[in-house]
Design a protein around this ligand. Structure first.
Ligand code: HEC
Length: 181
């Protein structure tokens, strides 16, 4: 084999390489992946793909007003003792645990406890904790604030959630007025 043929061989390999690279590049531009808003095929019983697009919408919950009107504060207190007190204190001036103290959280800012290390998502939430906001939050914390540090699945039962919110409302010298319904 003379050097001319070796050169031809090398050139062929080089051209093949370039073609390979170029077709890949062109293909990448021709075929763009689009994410579907909803799965194309609904699988029975499969959990919804939450926050895959970062735009998960909270479910429509029944209005909280009428449920607060008939809420049982004592039942709310016992639920909080059972489900929340492992992470939260409720007394005025109480210390933070895994979660922040909850005194006067209703009507307070998102991330209302001075000095607590809240998640970025919590810090980014504007506005006060309204009854509606708490309703959505306690229904599914991870849906209300994706990336929340509160490792709690949520309370499914609407009235139980309202009882808890009514109890949280009572943790204040000046409880926020109940919504007129
Ligand atoms: C496993 C621990 C844990 C449990 C259980 C838990 N929480 Fe939390 N909670 C947290 C943490 C941590 C945060 C801060 C979340 C963040 O920064 O994203 C938080 C935040 C909150 C906030 C917002 C506080 C603020 O200052 O803005 C409220 C309200 C709240 N929790 C209520 C409850 C209630 C009511 C329950 C029980 C039904 C509960 N939590 C159960 C850990 C917990």
């Amino acid at each position: 084999m003379d050097s001319m043929e070796i050169n031809k061989g090398m050139a062929a390999i080089l051209v093949a390489g370039i073609m390979f690279f170029l077709t890949g590049l062109i293909g990448m531009h021709l075929v763009t992946e689009t994410r579907l808003e909803k799965p194309a095929i609904a699988i029975q019983g499969a959990p919804e793909a939450v926050a895959a697009t970062g735009a998960a919408k909270p479910e429509a919950l029944p209005p909280i007003g009428p449920m607060l009107a008939k809420a049982d504060v004592a039942a709310g207190e016992s639920t909080v003792k059972k489900l929340c007190s492992s992470c939260h204190t409720v007394a005025e001036g109480g210390k933070a645990g895994v979660g922040p103290n909850l005194y006067a959280v209703v009507g307070g800012a998102h991330g209302h406890m001075e000095g607590f290390n809240y998640s970025a998502g919590m810090k980014a939430k504007a506005g006060p904790w309204t009854f509606d906001a708490l309703n959505a939050w306690l229904h599914k914390p991870a849906l209300y604030i994706p990336g929340t540090r509160m490792a709690f699945a949520g309370i499914n039962n609407d009235q139980q959630r309202a009882d808890v919110i009514a109890y949280l409302r009572s943790l204040s010298h000046t409880p926020v007025p109940l919504p007129a319904n």
